[in-house]
Design a protein around this ligand. Sequence first.
Ligand code: ADP
Ligand code: MG
Length: 363
Amino acid sequence: MTEDKSEMPRTELDQLGEFGLIDHLTKNTKLVQPSSKLGIGDDAAVLKLKKGLMLVSSDMLMESIHFDLTYTPLKHLGYKAVAVNISDIVAMNGTCSQITVNIGLSNRFSLEAVEELYEGVHLACAHYGCDLVGGDTTSSRAGLVISITAIGTVAPDKLVSRSKAKIHDLVCVSGDLGAAYVGLQILEREKKVFLTDEVMQPQLEAYEYVIGRQLKAEARTDVIQWFEDSGIIPTSMIDISDGLASDLLHICKQSGVGARVYEDKLPIDATTKDVALEFKLSPTTVALHGGEDYELLFTVSQELHEKVDEQQDISIIGHIAEASHGAELVSVQGDVVVLEAQGWRHFGNRGTGEQGTFGIIEQ
Ligand code: ADP
Ligand code: MG
């Protein structure tokens, strides 16, 4: 689990006070975006508008609901909180230029702990080239709260929403699916072991990839750069935060279409498969319903088949169909399964040809 910090220095937050803390956390913040006219230090940040559309998106993370500090290093949490917000801007085919960070802290947190959180925030800002231009700091009795707002831009003719997928479009996904979910299962399992026997140190090496996918989320800015470089504008797009099935259903509903995806086309990493089976879960279930991968699910017109197909790290998993079909998965055996947003139902009739729901496989 996270290293023992008892030997490390601890500075109480009330030694600094609110303004001292804000100043301490943000004093080295540099602005690199030309649109950032004024950052931290006034009543509001000032952004210079140019032509184009502005994108704004917020996400709030609550301790014990969205993260568990037993196994989440604060630096990773700060980074992830920024990355998942940027992912929402990226899912509109946009570029993030600024973020604001709101934090709620209880006196359980020392200055050193908050510094660690901000190390992750600053690292993510540097990695994605966006500016931290403001935020708010308050005390909390309910553990750590971190809420980030990301601001970005997109040219009007490049904007991609969830609502313009057309029949026959290809359904595509970046990277691989289900890894963040199985990574979380490993961390939860090791936490239980740790709580019963503190001397036991977790054996995590074999699971490095999937744990990394849970703790070190990245926004796929490289994918939208590829769109830009190759002149591709998807007809619809969403980032996969809740799971492929649920997010594909969002596209279907908002575009007024159905979709058909194929089990054998789902990109699943070998480690994800192994870990899923270790937990007696079907790798397909995990790929369909495991959230937090932050990959991009998008649709493109059929003419782009070749261009998309030759791109490594992008998988064509199916196509858009008539709305009356709903969202369907064609299993390896050729059965058609209706996809539902809520996963984890028992998958009772595999192989019968009847419609069922993917869920936990009992072995
Ligand atoms: P106000 O009282 O006007 O809300 P604050 O004292 O809360 O101002 O904040 C002072 C400045 O510091 C503002 O520019 C604000 O955006 C910024 N700020 C406050 N908290 C944070 C934070 N957690 N991270 C980054 N900037 C912050
Ligand atoms: Mg304030």
